[in-house]
Ligand binder design. Structure first.
Ligand code: C5P
Length: 232
């Protein structure tokens, strides 16, 4: 499994995104395109970043009836992204349909990762709003197992959950973990954070890092520091 640092390009325009990416003249970082940038610029932003030689995690978190997700994924597979995702809450049948849609005629497909419970959901909101009464840790692990059984490649989870996910679903099941901060950096609005070195120790496969890199005075140096701490 290729350990890598994925930069969350949470910008609202192509202009700001390219101004940021232009700073990287050496190694081309793996980038995450989320709803904000995709809804602002559409598929062209994916194609342009791909053309520049970056790997792309398209973070659109699909969740709909199986047939709709299958067709949506078929369109995304043609964008030639490297990783994309969906909500495990859409059920195993939806996840299986997603894989079918995502698989290209030649049998290849991007990595498909599930969101279990969003980290913004806590025990109280899960019980009161979603009427799910089990402990949230159990729910996260159950959703991860369902994703694995449906044939997905891994889950997005907090770095604190990565070890448990590997223990339950196997070492080859990919963990993609946001909520990463430098030991001497700002935590911001993230609640449960880990340093890149800690994420490495606990076995995360990919870390997703946004503001510690995008808002740094020297984003390239911050990215290189992440790579040094997480990969080397
Ligand atoms: O700026 P920061 O490093 O907090 O960015 C983290 C990125 O990971 C953002 O794009 C955020 O939406 C995403 N993310 C997250 N927590 C999750 C899932 C995704 O922070 N549970």
């Amino acid at each position: 499994m290729g350990k890598d640092v994925i930069i969350a390009c949470d910008f609202d325009s192509a202009e700001k995104t390219f101004a940021f990416l232009d700073k990287f003249t050496g190694k081309k970082p793996f980038v995450k395109i989320g709803m904000e940038l995709y809804y602002a610029e559409g598929p062209s932003i994916v194609k342009e970043i791909k053309k520049r030689g970056h790997k792309i995690f398209l973070d659109l978190k699909l969740h709909d009836i199986p047939n709709t997700v299958k067709k949506g994924m078929a369109v995304l597979s043609r964008l030639d992204v490297d990783m994309t995702n969906l909500h495990a809450a859409g059920t195993k049948r939806m996840m299986e349909a997603a894989i079918e849609g995502l698989t290209r005629p030649d049998g290849t497909r991007p990595l498909l990762i599930a969101v279990t419970q969003l980290t913004s959901t806590d025990q109280e909101s899960m019980e009161n709003d979603l009427l799910i009464k089990a402990p949230i840790d159990e729910v996260v692990m159950h959703y991860a197992s369902c994703a694995r059984d449906a044939g997905l490649d891994g889950v997005v989870c907090s770095p604190l959950e990565a070890g448990k996910v590997h223990a339950r679903c196997g070492e080859g099941f990919v963990t993609v973990t946001p909520g990463v901060r430098f030991a001497d950096g700002d935590v911001g609005d993230q609640k449960r954070v880990m340093t890149p070195a800690e994420a490495k120790k606990i076995g995360s496969d990919y870390i997703v890092v946004g503001r510690p890199i995008t808002a740094a005075d020297d984003p390239v140096a911050a990215y290189e520091r992440c790579c040094r701490e997480f990969i080397d």
